[in-house]
Design a protein around this ligand. Structure first.
Ligand code: SF4
Length: 258
């Protein structure tokens, strides 16, 4: 803390470490985070940070905001490399997510056909048929897996009770490789527990899961801004590079950002 919230439906463009020039779409409220995880490293703060959440934007509002922004960018000659669903929480929680993806594809095809459409998701809702259909339509389906260890999963991501990493891995596997995995590495202390998802047992567990999922690519990174919890430490670029080298030796395509 303090942490960072996006104050619009369409934001940027920003120069993303991972994606290039990215025009962001936030399908969540602009006055607080709304997510079915509550990751301790979240840069948007905690779910219950005391703010009253506004409503979710309507599908028509998202389409209009994106259309207006792309028109301005066309006139300025500054069209993005990628249109990215991210923002103040989990984008797949939006009840009109699939329709919004369809609208975005239509607008992308008309204004900037070379731009990619990316979704950054925490993987918890990918078993839902409408979410799954939508994710198969986008160019970069970027799904989170930070740990396969149940205790670490509870500490790091704070999922709903009963959700286990095995279920997430099964769901990720069901995409048959049309998927990019994102893993955020960090270490620190929270609730008097030491957390470190770079240890040998964490890494070997992740490598087994990556082999089962067989993703197109793995993005490894660390947090960039202030985090919800205090006392967390970023992983240095040389250390991320060592993890990358190990994953490359296992046969994976890996991208590092720090
Ligand atoms: S999944 Fe993303 S938005 Fe949700 S709590 Fe974790 S970092 Fe924050």
């Amino acid at each position: 803390m303090p942490t960072f919230l996006f104050d619009k439906i369409v934001f940027g463009p920003v120069k993303s470490r991972r994606l290039g020039v990215s025009l962001g779409i936030n399908l969540l409220p602009v006055d607080g985070k709304l997510c079915n995880f509550d990751c301790i490293y979240c840069e948007c703060g905690w779910n219950d940070s005391g703010k009253k959440h506004g409503s979710l934007p309507k599908r028509s509002e998202v389409k209009q905001a994106l259309s207006e922004r792309l028109l301005i960018m066309t006139e300025e000659g500054t069209l993005p490399d990628v249109i990215t669903f991210a923002g103040n929480g989990e984008p797949c929680m939006h009840p009109e997510f699939e329709g919004i993806i369809d609208d975005t594809i239509e607008l992308r095809n008309s204004y900037c056909p070379r731009a990619r459409i990316a979704v950054l998701s925490n993987s918890t809702l990918i078993h839902k048929e409408n979410v799954r259909r939508a994710l198969f339509k986008v160019d970069q389906n970027i799904l989170k897996l930070d740990t396969v260890n149940e205790k670490s999963f509870r500490l790091i991501n704070k999922p709903a009770p009963g959700l286990k990493p095995e279920k997430i891995i099964d769901d990720l596997q069901s995409f048959e490789g049309k998927i990019i995995i994102q893993t955020l590495f960090f270490r620190g202390y929270f609730d008097n527990e030491k957390i470190d998802n770079t240890t040998e047992s964490e890494l070997s567990g992740l490598i087994d899961a990556y082999h089962n999922i067989s993703p197109e690519k793995i993005m490894i990174y660390t947090f960039e801004r202030d985090t919800a919890a205090e006392g967390l430490t970023k992983i240095s670029l040389p250390e991320l590079n060592r993890i990358r080298d190990r994953l490359v030796a296992e046969g994976f395509e890996v991208e590092v950002s720090a």
